[in-house]
Design a protein around this ligand. Structure first.
Ligand SMILES: Nc1ncnc2c1ncn2[C@@H]1O[C@H](COP(=O)(O)OP(=O)(O)O)[C@@H](O)[C@H]1O
Ligand SMILES: [Mg+2]
Length: 520
């Protein structure tokens, strides 16, 4: 840090005013780029990085007013019109548009981080809205609170396809938008993380028996379906349907089975009594209507072709009659299986994308809202979250090669997997008040930008620092408002207390909804 003491000795030596002894003007400079007022035959240009450093004693200027507008214009010009992703305007000059490079923004994962109420969901909505103006966008939004229902096509200014993971109230007569993720999509580890109690002495036995029965069930299904090609190479983890009822009965029989000992007398079978607790846990899950989206899928979901339909629904850019932007509402998924369910959904789609012919792949982005809920720091993760982390960390590390990117959104960056955050190349950092979260953001920034983290708590709502390779200069910007806004979950306590009485009937209905586990 260059320290330039103001030349006290150069002051008129008249002793009239006592001079402070160590008055210092300190300036900390970060060389971010090079501006050329003329670049060859072209006009002004700005590029990242500095090939030469300014010398000491050179004059230095503050860019203001017209010059500032012109400079900001140069920044946005760096982005070609067909990759321009408009995010808002610059905070220091609201007439200058802040434009990011849309290719770069999505290419290598991005993150939107900020305290609750800082404007993350609105930012997501406005990015989706921009994407919607393209011909073939392909974005999947994981909506954890059902707040993006207002973006659905049938809503005012809405444009997205809307789906909801079946809640207990949707099981009887599911509409077209209701999505089931049948148990057979889960791989061995995912299923066991939900069903196995690892502290049980018999856990290894239970896992072994369950695995072999699943394998058998899948083989039977493939034989019936006449899929010889798949039969030759499928594994227990392949997404092939199998029947659950026969599997449960087989487990029950094993649990009480009696064999014949060498002396001819009855003897306990190899699994005798070892599966009892596993069976009861499985039966409890099957009977629990909150798990209906897993265990009570409609009949057609056991068709061999069902998975293809699902993949087409979620990986297609669609076109005129349907949007390539899909919102998937996870709001009624029980929190204990949320990581499993989110990860199954992501894994299946990623795997399909992975196995597609490279030449036919079109890029897909998955927006992970409230990522701290299912992508925690690894040390804090339980068995189910660890599986989710495996899936998403793989996507974070490998997804770029297969055109599958993540947009991670969280109010608690310090609680989000470091591996995933550190793979993100672009950040929109909104107001962030918690110190731990600020340092989490700082830790993923380049060192030279650490100073920027200091303004994070001071940002206004809807204001952000954007940095990464999608924008030439890390900048403070005022984000655009979306036309279709996410449903506000923020209550105006004081105003409502002044204006609105509660409704006892609604409270009673709430009790019944709690009992039914459904708001319908
Ligand atoms: N770009 C913006 N401009 C103006 N107000 C905004 C903007 N973004 C958010 N807000 C305000 O902040 C509130 C909370 O925003 P939201 O996106 O739901 O926050 P978060 O998802 O970070 O919790 C919104 O209801 C809106 O009133
Ligand atoms: Mg939000």
């Amino acid at each position: 840090m260059p320290v330039d003491s103001v030349g006290l000795s150069e002051e008129p030596d008249d002793d009239s005013a006592p001079q402070p002894e160590n008055l210092q003007d300190t300036i900390r400079a970060v060389l971010v780029g090079t501006y050329r007022s003329k670049d060859g035959d072209a006009g002004p240009s700005f590029k990242r990085g500095a090939d030469s450093c300014p010398q000491i004693d050179q004059p230095c200027f503050l860019i203001q007013s017209v010059n500032l507008t012109a400079f900001m214009g140069v920044l946005s010009q760096g982005v070609t019109p067909d990759t321009a992703l408009r995010l808002g305007c610059f905070a220091i000059d609201q007439t200058a548009l802040a434009v990011a490079d849309g290719d770069r923004f999505f290419q290598r994962h991005a993150a939107i981080l900020g305290s609750t109420g800082s404007g993350k969901s609105w930012t997501v909505a406005s990015i989706l809205e921009r994407a919607n103006s393209l011909k073939h966008p392909n974005i999947l939004l994981l909506d954890l609170h059902g707040e993006y229902a207002s973006l659905a096509r049938n809503k005012k200014d809405g444009f997205a396809e809307y789906f909801k993971i079946a809640g207990p109230g949707d099981l009887k007569a599911p509409g077209n938008e209701i999505l089931f993720l049948p148990y057979w999509l889960l791989n061995r580890e995912e299923m066991l993380s939900m069903l196995l109690d690892r502290s049980d002495n018999n856990a290894p036995n239970q896992a072994t028996r369950f695995t072999s029965l699943v394998l058998e069930g899948k083989r039977e299904f493939l034989e019936k379906a006449g899929r010889k090609d798949v039969l030759a190479s499928f594994t227990v983890d392949s997404p092939v349907p199998y029947e659950l009822k026969p599997l449960v009965s087989a487990l029950q029989q094993d649990d009480i089975a009696v064999g014949t000992g060498s002396s001819g007398r009855d003897k306990q079978g190899p699994w005798h009594g070892k599966l009892t607790r596993f069976i009861s846990r499985l039966e409890a899950k099957i009977a629990d209507r909150r798990y209906g989206f897993l265990f009570e899928p409609p009949k057609e979901s056991t068709n061999y072709e069902w998975l293809q339909q699902i993949a087409v629904t979620f990986l297609s850019t669609h076109g005129k009659d349907k949007s390539g932007i899909k919102v998937v509402d996870f709001s009624e998924v029980p929190s204990d299986v949320l990581p499993t369910v989110v990860s199954v959904f992501a894994r299946i789609l990623y795997d399909v994308q992975f196995w597609m012919l490279a030449a036919s792949r079109t890029p897909v982005c998955m927006v992970c809202d409230e990522a701290h809920l299912y992508l925690p720091v690894r040390q804090d993760a339980d068995a189910a979250s660890k599986r989710a982390l495996d899936t998403f960390e793989t996507i974070a590390k490998e997804g770029r090669k297969y055109g599958f990117s993540l947009l991670v959104v969280s109010q608690r960056p310090s609680d989000v997997s470091k591996t995933i955050l550190s793979q993100c190349n672009n950040f929109i950092a909104l107001r962030l008040t918690n110190e731990q979260d600020q340092s989490a953001v700082k830790s993923v920034m380049p060192d030279s930008m650490a100073g920027i983290a200091e303004v994070l708590p001071l940002l206004d709502i809807g204001e952000a620092i954007i940095l990464g390779d999608s924008i030439l200069l890390p900048s403070r910007i005022k984000l655009d408002k979306p036309k279709a806004t996410p449903l506000s979950l923020t209550k105006n306590f004081w105003r409502e207390w002044a204006e609105r009485a509660s409704d006892a009937e609604a409270i009673r209905a709430g009790v019944e909804s709690l009992r039914r586990q459904s708001r319908n």
